[in-house]
Design a binder for this molecule. Structure first.
Ligand SMILES: *[C@@H]1O[C@H](CO)[C@@H](O)[C@H](O)[C@H]1NC(C)=O
Ligand SMILES: *[C@@H]1O[C@H](CO)[C@@H](O)[C@H](O)[C@H]1NC(C)=O
Ligand SMILES: *[C@@H]1O[C@H](CO)[C@@H](O)[C@H](O)[C@H]1NC(C)=O
Ligand SMILES: *[C@@H]1O[C@H](CO)[C@@H](O)[C@H](O)[C@H]1NC(C)=O
Ligand SMILES: *[C@@H]1O[C@H](CO)[C@@H](O)[C@H](O)[C@H]1NC(C)=O
Ligand SMILES: *[C@@H]1O[C@H](CO)[C@@H](O)[C@H](O)[C@H]1NC(C)=O
Ligand SMILES: *[C@@H]1O[C@H](CO)[C@@H](O)[C@H](O)[C@H]1NC(C)=O
Ligand SMILES: *[C@@H]1O[C@H](CO)[C@@H](O)[C@H](O)[C@H]1NC(C)=O
Ligand SMILES: *[C@@H]1O[C@H](CO)[C@@H](O)[C@H](O)[C@H]1NC(C)=O
Ligand SMILES: *[C@@H]1O[C@H](CO)[C@@H](O)[C@H](O)[C@H]1NC(C)=O
Ligand SMILES: *[C@@H]1O[C@H](CO)[C@@H](O)[C@H](O)[C@H]1NC(C)=O
Ligand SMILES: *[C@@H]1O[C@H](CO)[C@@H](O)[C@H](O)[C@H]1NC(C)=O
Length: 733
């Protein structure tokens, strides 16, 4: 049955081939006369017939280097067609036969293209039971220095070995066999491809992979979108610990079904810099050495495993060299130490970039990141963050890029950015922030910033928003910062209050806002007038200070002025002690006034009895007086008798109490000239100051009279004058 089908198939193909042969337009023999093919575009050395649905290869002029025939409808490629390229056999370097619906090659079609460097045969539909046709076609390339060969989506199945049966690939550096249906791959096929650098097997159905032969020159190995399961491919000889992939830098194993990151299979790859394990089926990354022996590893992608990954253990991510780590899309709960170990980021001393987007950092998860002091890029999109702690960013002095897109942050604090001085991009869009402080960022932070995105927040458009708007306008007017605020104003909408819902921030007019300028002026005027009133009050109070004092004094001693009769024990209301040189004032001012008010005053000069010994007389009369007035002046300090009388009076005052002594200050006296006893007097009784100025003068008299009327110690009334001798005796000792 199969043989019959094959027979008829071959007949059919032969018929098509003959028909085609007939259709083909034969080329001009004279290359000079060949023009640019109809419906193609030609520039110097370049013919592009892309998308013309050509059913044959047109005649091309000589000297062409690039031929682009993609999206045509050739179906069978034979020697006859290729002959149309004869004028450029010696020059053609790039030939694109992508998606030309080629089903069959007939003969050694590429044999005369001896300068071809790049050939793209992708997206054709080679009939699978005509393997010989593609084997021969590729074999015919051996004379060309072919460097890049693309064989994507040719629906090649297990025939990798077979399609390269005659092809030696000595010059090949790039081989792409994407989107075929390869199920098994053995690198022995490539053993003679001694210059291969890039190998792309993306999007096949590979389950079995054997890498025992090795491709020493290979730098990029793309195995993504295959069906490699449980363990990673074995790159290392388990006995010798060696690898044949001595130059591999980039290994893409994303979109496979690897469950265990079994390190023995790859830890010999000492040159590996990038390892992409995104979208595998890993469940528990626990092994210490998973990555630590990849001593050149810089980039590790462990993203998008939200349906399998449940745990990253203590030293799982240990690597001294790692700089970029992507853990996004794993749905891990960073607050749960069972899912993400407390110290998981403690063994990454060189990490500069981290992506933890699409996990759950909650409120505490961020603490686990604080050891990563070299971070320059931190991406935390959609991680359930409710708060950016004020002391968090300080741990990353080199931070340049911070993305907090789509979290649940409600409060924006400028303090959080206090120590962030190098940041260039800050994205905090799509959060729940209603008010931003003004200015939102410290000026040091703003200095380095190039992009600031805070669109899609829950802006509260009250009067405060006017300040923010003003700040934005100010920043944008700086010629170096005109693009600072991303997506402004188009994506900045008010959320509240209700009437302004979804009104653009830059045009929203909040109501009930007093004009800020007006408020400012008002407050200045108010405070100024308060100042003026207060000053006036102070001046008035100063000018009328004595009147006020007098008034207050009278209020306090609410007694009638005038004479107060002496009790039976005393002869005099007061005894006046003064210096000789002040006698004029005493006689003219003091005594006159006192006696007018009917006070009895004793002065030695006037009232002394001749012949009585001076000391006795002094003591006697002080003891007969209810009070003693001391007329204090510079003269007083120089007067020995005055000081003697002061001592006597002080002794007497012990019994009669502090009201007994009344200092009257005639003039200002510097304390350094005062005797100790006078200083003591000042301390016990407040002196009454004399003044000529009329109000102050009234105050003087009022105070003096109050002092004269003050009650003495009660005790005295009993002992009275009789205790004279005892007191006197005590002074004598
Ligand atoms: C060029 O294109 C036009 C229409 O786009 C078509 O009628 C014509 O047959 C084409 N010429 C050739 C030589 O294919
Ligand atoms: C071929 O031409 C098309 C259309 O101009 C262009 O899109 C395509 O990139 C070209 N292919 C190559 C390999 O130059
Ligand atoms: C390609 O050419 C064949 C005839 O050679 C025709 O039947 C088919 O419709 C063409 N396909 C396209 C997409 O033009
Ligand atoms: C290659 O060129 C030789 C002569 O230069 C010619 O005989 C032969 O037919 C050509 N083959 C193809 C496939 O073009
Ligand atoms: C590699 O080349 C050698 C010698 O030319 C040959 O024997 C061997 O079969 C080739 N290997 C493959 C896989 O083609
Ligand atoms: C692997 O190939 C796919 C498809 O061409 C591409 O998207 C991916 O970037 C490649 N990986 C690397 C590391 O180049
Ligand atoms: C890793 O693989 C994923 C999935 O194929 C891809 O999206 C991503 O771009 C890759 N990353 C790198 C750096 O190649
Ligand atoms: C992890 O490494 C430490 C030393 O760094 C070692 O003591 C421990 O046994 C290792 N654990 C595993 C599971 O390999
Ligand atoms: C990692 O490398 C160290 C020293 O280079 C070695 O002792 C250790 O066994 C290696 N680990 C694995 C799992 O091969
Ligand atoms: C850490 O990174 C620097 C470059 O940023 C590199 O020079 C250094 O070798 C790295 N350290 C390790 C242990 O790989
Ligand atoms: C990580 O940080 C913690 C506290 O912040 C500190 O105790 C610990 O020593 C740090 N570990 C490393 C490896 O730096
Ligand atoms: C703008 O930037 C230039 C150079 O980057 C600088 O010299 C200039 O002072 C800046 N202008 C302002 C207004 O900051």
């Amino acid at each position: 049955m199969g043989q019959i089908l094959f027979f008829y198939g071959s007949i059919a193909i032969l018929v098509i081939f003959l028909v085609k042969e007939y259709e083909t337009v034969p080329c001009q023999v004279d290359c000079q006369k060949v023009k640019c093919p109809a419906n193609c575009t030609c520039t110097e050395g370049d013919v592009n017939c892309h998308g013309r649905d050509l059913t044959y290869i047109p005649c091309i002029p000589s000297g062409i280097k690039h031929l682009n025939l993609s999206n045509s409808n050739i179906s069978i490629l034979s020697n006859n067609e290729i002959k149309n390229l004869a004028c450029s056999f010696e020059t053609l370097k790039h030939m694109i036969l992508r998606d030309c619906k080629i089903k069959l090659f007939v003969g050694d079609v590429f044999i005369n293209l001896t300068h071809l460097e790049v050939l793209d045969l992708s997206f054709n539909e080679i009939v699978s039971n005509q393997k010989e046709s593609i084997q021969r076609a590729l074999g015919s390339l051996n004379r060309a220095p072919l460097q890049k060969l693309k064989l994507d989506r040719l629906l090649i199945q297990n025939g990798v070995q077979e399609i390269f049966k005659y092809f030696d690939g000595r010059h090949l550096t790039h081989l792409s066999m994407r989107a075929n249906q390869i199920q098994e791959f053995e690198d022995k096929v490539l053993e003679n491809f001694t210059k291969l650098i890039h190998l792309n097997l993306h999007g096949n159905w590979i389950t079995k992979i054997s890498l025992s032969s090795g491709v020493e020159t290979l730098k990029l190995f793309n195995l993504s979108h295959n069906q490699i399961n449980i363990f990673p491919p074995i790159f290392c000889d388990h006995k010798t610990g060696k690898t044949h992939y001595k130059n591999l830098k980039n290994l893409d194993l994303s979109w496979n079904q690897i469950i265990v990151p079994y390190s023995q299979n790859w830890n010999c790859l000492k040159t590996l810099e990038t390892l992409n394990l995104s979208r595998n089926d890993m469940e528990d990354i626990g092994n210490n050495d998973s990555f630590s022996n990849l001593t050149s590893l810089k980039t590790l992608i462990l993203s998008e495993m939200r349906f399998s990954l449940t745990r990253i253990r203590k030293e799982a991510l240990k690597s001294d060299s790692l700089q970029h780590l992507d853990l996004s899309g794993n749905g891990l709960n960073f607050e749960n130490r069972k899912e993400v170990d407390e110290t998981v980021f403690h063994y990454l001393p060189n990490l500069t970039s981290l992506d933890v987007s699409d996990n759950d950092l909650g409120s505490d998860g961020v603490k686990k990141l604080t050891n990563l002091s070299r971070l320059e890029t931190l991406i935390m999109k959609h991680v359930n963050l409710r708060l950016l702690p004020d002391d968090f960013l300080g741990h990353f002095p080199n931070l340049k890029y911070l993305n907090l897109y789509r979290n649940k942050i409600e409060q924006f604090s400028a303090n959080a950015f206090q120590n962030v001085r190098l940041i260039e991009v800050l994205n905090i869009s799509d959060n729940l922030i209603s008010t931003f402080p003004v200015p939102p960022l410290p000026s040091t932070t703003l200095k380095s910033l190039k992009k600031f995105d805070f669109a899609y927040n829950y802006f509260l458009c009250d009067c405060e928003i006017l300040k923010l708007r003003k700040w934005i306008n100010k920043v944008l007017s700086d010629p170096n910062k005109t693009n600072l605020i991303s997506r402004y104003p188009d994506q900045y909408w008010c959320y509240k209050p209700q009437p302004l819902y979804q009104v653009l921030l830059n045009v929203a007019e909040p109501t009930h806002c007093k004009n800020i300028k007006y408020q400012l002026i008002l407050s200045i005027v108010c405070s100024a007038s308060i100042c003026v009133v207060f000053t006036v009050f102070l001046i008035v109070a100063y000018v009328y200070r004595w009147e006020i004092k007098l008034f207050l004094h009278k209020m306090r001693h609410n007694k009638r002025d005038g004479y107060h009769p002496l009790t039976y024990t005393f002869e005099y209301n007061t005894y006046v002690v003064y210096a000789e040189k002040d006698s004029a004032w005493v006689i003219h001012d003091l005594l006159k006034d006192l006696e007018e008010a009917k006070y009895k005053a004793y002065t030695r000069d006037r009232d002394s009895v001749p012949g009585v010994a001076r000391c006795d007389e002094i003591v006697d009369n002080i003891y007969k007086s209810k009070t003693v007035i001391f007329v204090l002046s510079k003269n007083f300090m120089a007067c020995q008798w005055c000081l003697y009388q002061l001592n006597v009076a002080q002794a007497r005052a012990v019994k009669l109490g502090p009201h007994f002594m009344i200092p009257v200050l005639l003039e200002c006296i510097d304390t350094k000239y005062m005797k100790k006893s006078v200083q003591h007097l000042f301390r016990t009784s407040k002196p009454i100051e004399w003044a000529r100025q009329s109000t102050k003068n009234k105050l003087f008299w009022s105070e003096l009279k109050t002092a004269l009327d003050e009650d003495l110690n009660d005790e005295f009334e009993e002992t009275g004058y009789q205790s004279f001798d005892a007191d006197y005796a005590s002074i004598g000792t």
